[in-house]
Design a protein around this ligand. Sequence first.
Ligand code: GLU
Length: 440
Amino acid sequence: MSSSSGAPATTAAGAVVHSVPSYLQADHLGPWGNYLQQVDRVTPYLGNLARWVETLKRPKRILIVDVPIELDNGTIAHYEGYRVQHNLSRGPGKGGVRFHQDVTLSEVMALSAWMSVKNAAVNVPYGGAKGGIRVDPKKLSMGELERLTRRYTSEIGLLIGPSKDIPAPDVNTNGQIMAWMMDTYSMNTGATATGVVTGKPVDLGGSLGRVEATGRGVYTVGVEAAKLTGLALSGARVAVQGFGNVGGIAAKLFAEAGAKVVAVQDHTGTIFNGNGLDVPALLAHVKTRGGVGGFAGADVMKPEEFWGVDCEILIPAALEGQITKDNAGQIKAKLVIEGANGPTTTEADDILHDKGVLVLPDVIANAGGVTVSYFEWVQDFSSFFWSEDEINARLVRIMQEAFAGIWQVSQEHKVSLRTATFIVACQRILHAREMRGLYP
Ligand code: GLU
């Protein structure tokens, strides 16, 4: 566990300097514990800014809300929802909303903290935030999903706003859900506020290129890393976990560049084709069938065999905590590109590092989504919209520049790309914190 769990220091005046609230102590092996270990690793590189590091270990604001809705059968169901603003030193809160049956407060805390780091890593003017509801949305009708989304939006209305905190899609949320969120916030405030969420449908102030942005960013940093390490993309074998917005688009772009997508795993199955899967056909299959299971152009694999697949590039693009000390040893890839947030535990990170596997960490690799969210927010404010080519060109430029800076820091300090990204990002966050000063 992090150093912040140590005995609290007490000043002469009796103030407790570092007491640790109970919700920060819980679940230290989960995503929040993983994040705290990442912060501990960066602290020695922060120089004088290290005196502010405790700021990163406690979210600024946590809101837990009850979300009651009437189900179609007349019963009243209650769901637990969250919005966590981890840090607002560099700007308004920014980060997605996740609907999933396993969502917990400590998970949302970690995801909000990774947003702070990610937004600072690509230097978009945001703090970090995240939200979620513990619910399996696949079990709800459209009407129930809409009522859930609207009630949740009203409950977190205390915190969100175009210049306060801007939600976006994440796992199991999409443009339709963002449209309901935008409408609910607008109805409650009495004015259409398109800039309160990003990832909206294009006809409602959304941005061209936003749906593909995270996958495009994954691909962009993958290309840069391949160049720097002498890995040829043409013919490279790729394995992807998760085939939604992130994994599906990244797979499509790698295949277009001549790579062979040989294995894909999602919640409906694990499939393999050594000659390379037909990615456009698989995307079409997933659209109608809801997952890769049952795809005709592939063999079925046992789920546990996925991690040991012969490949050069592995893209975990599903949920956190997937690459662990139990499977990291099997990984044969040279390059792991984290499309998901938090897919690799700290122990697994060390195993991969010792094996010479290069890990492109989530906090830079999947930052393409929030980068185009930033473009969407800017376009909404100015009511002037850019072409898809302009969006993609700006996205690629930001990702390439951020990645080059992080690569240089990793070479300079001889640290992993994760620690290098944390060095760049945490310096930006804590420098902003220091310049703003403590109030009062
Ligand atoms: N949910 C995405 C992420 O984890 C996007 C967040 C956003 O666009 O605000 O980065």
